[in-house]
Design a protein around this ligand. Structure first.
Ligand SMILES: [Mn+2]
Length: 329
């Protein structure tokens, strides 16, 4: 985090009275933890702000401070903003309609993120691909903007760290990650409670969906994949916002080097979620289809392709990438 970037952020933030804070569609714990941490920071600084996300939160994240102020209402875009702060978005389209429908001219953008594929869409970009989460970057940034880290802000930030690191056990977790987490625990954030609520608990429906996904799973040449058809999701009575951890479960299989979950969505859209263990890098595969993410967790959303064509095409590419890198033979 260099001084030039910090002072550029201060220059944009100090005069801004009306701030829009936004995060990506299908928000995870890091997205909403970071969003509510920034909201609380702006509140402390006396700014007028709106926290926006196209999709509503998972109810298990309902404990996040200020989350009740989150809005998906497109009318908020009718108001004038002096500044947009985007958190946890690898590119501007990840914000969905919030960005696409924003009237021109757009306000300046502060882009705070940790995706290695970030396209630096901001007026100022605070992007660190080595950080485990956007929340980790914010833990270091906020005090430099004059914000006091309260217990509530620490709760939001620790939620981001815990969820993106799957409880501090993924590649990329360093002593620095643990030091940041320990500061947040010292401030009063409840690590076991956050881990249970944000990471461990899941609904019975989620397991019913996993069962359908596990029924369809296939393993060939180190690639473990499954397809969540719309008809299966309808049977459970729930359409999936994400693979809800199924991809992580499949990538934990010893015989697999990577997992792919294909989820059929409305209007001919197919979401594809990739997971791997080091050293296998799946971010390139997701980027090839207009998505992005991290080395070991990435995704894309493909429009206008049929499942029976797309699945074999991507699986074949995944197998080729494994054999080319000799991570699986
Ligand atoms: Mn993140």
């Amino acid at each position: 985090m260099n001084d030039e970037t910090i002072s550029a952020i201060r220059t944009l933030l100090e005069p801004a009275q009306r701030v829009l804070v936004a995060t990506h569609t299908s928000p995870d714990g890091d997205a909403l933890g970071s969003l509510t941490a920034v909201g609380q920071a702006l509140q402390q600084l006396g700014k007028t702000f709106t926290m926006a996300c196209d999709d509503g939160p998972d109810r298990r994240l309902g404990y996040l401070p200020l989350l009740d102020q989150l809005t998906s209402d497109p009318h908020i875009l009718g108001r004038p903003y002096n500044l947009l702060i985007a958190v946890d978005c690898g590119d501007e389209t990840r914000m969905g309609d919030i960005y696409l429908r924003m009237p021109h001219p757009h306000p300046p953008i502060i882009n705070i993120d940790h995706h290695v594929t970030n396209n630096l869409f901001g007026t100022v970009n605070l992007v660190d691909g080595r950080a485990t989460s956007t929340a980790e970057i914010l833990t270091n940034l906020l005090p430099q903007l004059g914000v006091t880290l309260t217990r509530d802000i620490a709760t939001s930030l620790l939620t981001g760290l815990v969820t993106d690191t799957l409880g501090f056990r993924v590649a990329g977790v360093t002593g620095e990650t643990l030091r940041v987490a320990s500061r947040l625990v010292d401030l009063g954030a409840d690590l076991p409670e956050i881990t249970t609520q944000a990471l461990v608990l899941k609904s019975a429906r989620t397991l019913q969906l996993w069962r359908l996904g596990l029924n369809n799973m296939q393993l060939e040449e180190g690639v473990m994949w499954t397809v969540m058809k719309m008809s299966d999701q309808n049977r459970i009575g729930e359409d999936l916002n994400s693979s809800m951890g199924l991809g992580n479960l499949l990538a934990d299989v010893d015989e697999a080097a990577m997992s792919i979950v294909f989820t059929e969505k409305h209007e001919g859209r197919i979401n594809v979620s990739f997971r791997s263990r080091p050293p296998v890098d799946v971010s390139g595969l997701a980027s090839e289809y207009g998505g992005g993410g991290h080395r070991q967790a990435a995704g894309c959303s493909v429009q206008g392709r049929r499942l029976h064509e797309l699945v074999p095409e991507i699986v074949a590419k995944a197998k080729r990438s494994l054999s080319a890198s000799q991570h699986f033979s």
